[in-house]
Design a protein around this ligand. Sequence first.
Ligand SMILES: *[C@@H]1O[C@H](CO)[C@@H](O)[C@H](O)[C@H]1NC(C)=O
Length: 324
Amino acid sequence: MRSLNSILCWVLGVYAAFVGAATYSNPLKSTSGSDPHIVYTGGYYYLMTTTWTDLQITRATTLNGLKTGETKVVWTDSTSTRCCNVWAPELHYLGGIWYIYYSAGHSGDVAAQHPHVLKGGTSPWDSYTYLAQLTTDWGIDGTILRFTSWGNFFVYSCFSGSLQSLCIAPLTSPGSIGASKVLSTPTNSWETAGSPVNEGPAAMYHGGKTFLSYSASYCGTASYALGLLTWNGSGDPSLSSSWTKTGPFLTSANRNYGPGHNGFFQSPDGTQIWNVYHATANSGGTCGRARYTMAQIVNWNSDGSPNFGTLAALGTVLQGPSGE
Ligand SMILES: *[C@@H]1O[C@H](CO)[C@@H](O)[C@H](O)[C@H]1NC(C)=O
């Protein structure tokens, strides 16, 4: 007679063989997991988060493996204008080369933050050299937004008057941008909790549609959450009139507060889009190191819009990305 245990193991084994064996649980990075960004390429997940002092990449072959992945510091800088407050690094592949877009400024002066870019090599694991500062205006959280018919844009958080907003500019080369326009200002009640903020934009492409998520409200509140801009498919992407705003999504749940500042990445087999973001156990939210990195799959509604789902409690075992 088989024991109940061995039957259970057999059932789980057959289940795993059909759906893929890999599971994971959150958090992927338990402290200093702020502003996470992941790319999957060449058999590895590459994770970057805000450390405040340098730029580090952690890599692993599975999502769960990032918890104990190989980490290396890829950039430190003693130049006073970009030494400090090193925030929100993201890896982007342009013309066969990996670049890291990030923001940095003077020590102890967040009013002096500017977007910068480093040039790497053909793998994210290669070494990096400093390429450029992208604007002399205040700016943080830069990302790349791609269109087949309009080219590439740089989208970042900027000030429009007193409102921390999203700006967009054509990316004229990996290290330079054209004139900026304001794309989104925080005007809805869910964008103004604590203070009016739009930041942390992240592009996503699915079913022929182009989306731009961002984070809304002040990070030091539990109301920090995602907003979504959906491109209308034909208008100039640098005009706010070409986008529809909806939100909030991915709100506080199951003792995870203030989720946001996300990035999107593909599953190893390219069939799924995943969302990586931070949250905190602090019920009042936080803008500091006590934010952990979480990831979960993006599902899709019948009208083609993304379903960001609900945050599961930390430690919940979830099915990993397809193709692991
Ligand atoms: C998209 O937005 C632009 C304005 O930026 C407008 O001229 C155009 O008609 C819109 N297209 C659709 C399909 O709604």
